[in-house]
Design a protein around this ligand. Structure first.
Ligand code: ADP
Length: 403
């Protein structure tokens, strides 16, 4: 005999509390099962949900076998067929075996009780109870089962709403990112454009004559700002390509020691004060995109020239297990820890930073190295310079996909 409704009142309350308090629906069901058993007797219990992904078919999402159910091997012990009917008809269903049950073979005679799980948008699935060899479901017991089904419906409705909130938050985050992107971009584009427009308008004024040094000075500013604009647009396109995964990598066998020597030589004519010490033993070739790796090293050199002018640079190449490592160090002002954590973020520039820049360079460099299956990291402390660590693989083909 089951206890009376009044005797069971604390259990009903407990079920409702568990459903409300748990964020994780599986944990909630695990906790609720023991309490359910004290208000309603069953051997097996299964929950089926209508899966939109599988064209509305009802699929089992949770099942528990207790007592006799544990050893049951009878076909359809979870009541998939009953569940499908309950869910399509949105109707309670009792299914009992055709013949009466010999006590010794109870497991072959499942008594099913199927209850629809209802939500505002309609029937979302079914709750199935199985009793092996009976007893049949009395009206008062069916009402208890209906109460449990109602609680499970709210549990799944809550789960659906929580998922919806998570999706909306994600969508909002994307919108925020886009808005920040547009705000930063418009600011970054407007600044050099403002200079170009201002100085060219000044030069074109018919009421003023400019002497040659002033004219040259204005033209130099226009020229530099046009370069800055060009670099900015190129970096933006590059980062857009990186984001849409359309930046292609052409892997070829390259020797990093040779590549580093060439890059340094080329940049020494560009930056007259560049002081670089290269420590690069002859290393075996690796598979990499030489143009992209060159782009990364050049970016680090141009940053060092901008942010650590006149400070000596050391580049060290060594072999690692499965690849090669480049350590790129300058002895400039360094970067404080709170900023170091962000320098690879898109558009991040250390506040108060002098010199032009978009904050995209290091982001692009890191993406390029990651597209090689490697990584780009930075170590620094204020006044101690910065060391960039580039880890590359000998053969990235097994790890890198696409591109
Ligand atoms: P950008 O140079 O266009 O501002 P980067 O992504 O290349 O953007 O660099 C991000 C920020 O990291 C820079 O704005 C600068 O504040 C800091 N930084 C980069 N390299 C160095 C360096 N060698 N020494 C000190 N600060 C650096």
């Amino acid at each position: 005999m089951l206890p009376t409704f009044e005797e069971n009142a604390p259990d009903y309350l407990k079920i409702a509390e568990i459903v409300i308090e748990h964020d994780d629906w599986k944990q909630a069901l695990d906790s609720v099962i023991a309490v359910v058993r004290s208000v309603f007797l069953f051997d097996n219990m299964a929950l089926f949900l209508n899966e939109a992904a599988s064209g509305g078919l009802t699929e089992v999402v949770y099942a528990r076998a207790i007592g006799r159910g544990r050893s049951a091997e009878a076909d359809g012990a979870w009541g998939a067929e009953v569940a499908a009917q309950v869910a399509t008809q949105n109707h309670l269903m009792v299914k009992t075996p055709d013949s009466t049950t010999p006590r010794s073979e109870r497991v072959l005679f499942p008594y099913y009780l199927g209850l629809p799980l209802r939500a505002p948008q309609g029937c979302i699935g079914a709750l199935i109870f199985v009793r092996y060899g009976g007893p049949t479901y009395a009206q008062t017991q069916i009402q208890r089962a209906q109460y449990i089904a109602t609680q499970f419906s709210s549990l799944f409705e809550r789960k659906r709403l929580l998922e919806l909130v998570a999706r909306l938050k994600d969508a909002q985050h994307q919108v925020d990112l886009q808005e920040t992107f547009i705000a930063t971009i418009s600011h970054e584009l407007r600044t050099p454009l403002g200079f170009i427009k201002g100085y060219s308008t000044t030069l074109l004024r018919s009421d003023t004559k400019w002497d040659e040094p002033t004219r040259r000075e204005f033209l130099t500013i226009i020229d530099e700002e046009a370069d800055h604009l060009k670099e900015l647009i190129e970096n933006m396109l590059e980062s857009a390509r990186l984001q849409s995964n359309t930046l292609s990598m052409k892997f070829q066998a390259i020797r990093l020691d040779g590549l580093l020597r060439d890059v340094i030589l080329r940049n020494q004519s560009r930056y007259k004060n560049l002081k670089v010490t290269l420590d690069a033993p002859v290393c075996p070739p690796i598979l990499a995109d030489g143009v992209r790796v060159t782009q990364v090293i050049e970016n680090l050199i141009s940053n060092a020239a901008k942010y650590a002018p006149d400070a000596p640079i050391t580049i060290h190449l060594s072999e690692t297990e499965g690849g090669q490592r480049i350590l790129f160090s300058d002895q400039g002002p360094g970067i404080a820890p709170e900023h170091l954590a962000h320098i690879f973020d898109k558009f991040y520039r250390v506040p108060g930073q002098s010199g032009s820049g978009s904050g995209l360079g290091l982001y692009i460099c890191q993406q390029i190295i990651r597209a090689h299956g490697g990584d780009l990291l930075a170590r620094s402390s204020l006044g101690q310079g910065v060391t960039f660590i580039i880890n590359l693989l000998t053969d990235p083909r097994n790890i890198v996909t696409g591109g």
